[in-house]
Design a binder for this molecule. Structure first.
Ligand code: SF4
Length: 100
């Protein structure tokens, strides 16, 4: 399991159940153009995949495979979440204007 930036108050107990414990971390940081399939296959059956992915999303991890996803795949999720937050703000403003 790779090293995580320890932030006070953050629960990292999930990493004890990581499938990648004891696996060479380099596998999760493939060189450009090299397949990430092997790393993703380790992640596939990991019971803490969601926590791992969320950690990477929340901390803006720019490199490597986290939660079975590449940076490019995580970028898509971050963009979708941003759009959803924006949509929620627009909806909230519209409802407030309708009430007043
Ligand atoms: S999802 Fe993959 S990288 Fe994350 S803890 Fe599990 S095996 Fe490790």
């Amino acid at each position: 399991m790779r090293n995580l930036t320890i932030e006070e108050g953050t629960d990292f107990s999930w990493k004890q159940d990581a499938n990648c414990l004891g696996i060479n971390p380099d596998l999760f940081y493939p060189e450009r153009g090299v397949s990430s399939a092997q790393a993703k296959s380790v992640c596939r059956g990991c019971t803490v995949k969601e926590q791992c992915l969320e950690y990477a999303l929340q901390n803006g991890e720019k490199f490597g495979i986290w939660g079975g996803m590449s940076e490019r795949e995580r970028r898509v999720i971050r963009r979708e979440r941003r759009l959803q937050r924006h949509q929620n703000v627009v909806t909230l403003r519209s409802s407030r204007q309708a009430v007043s």
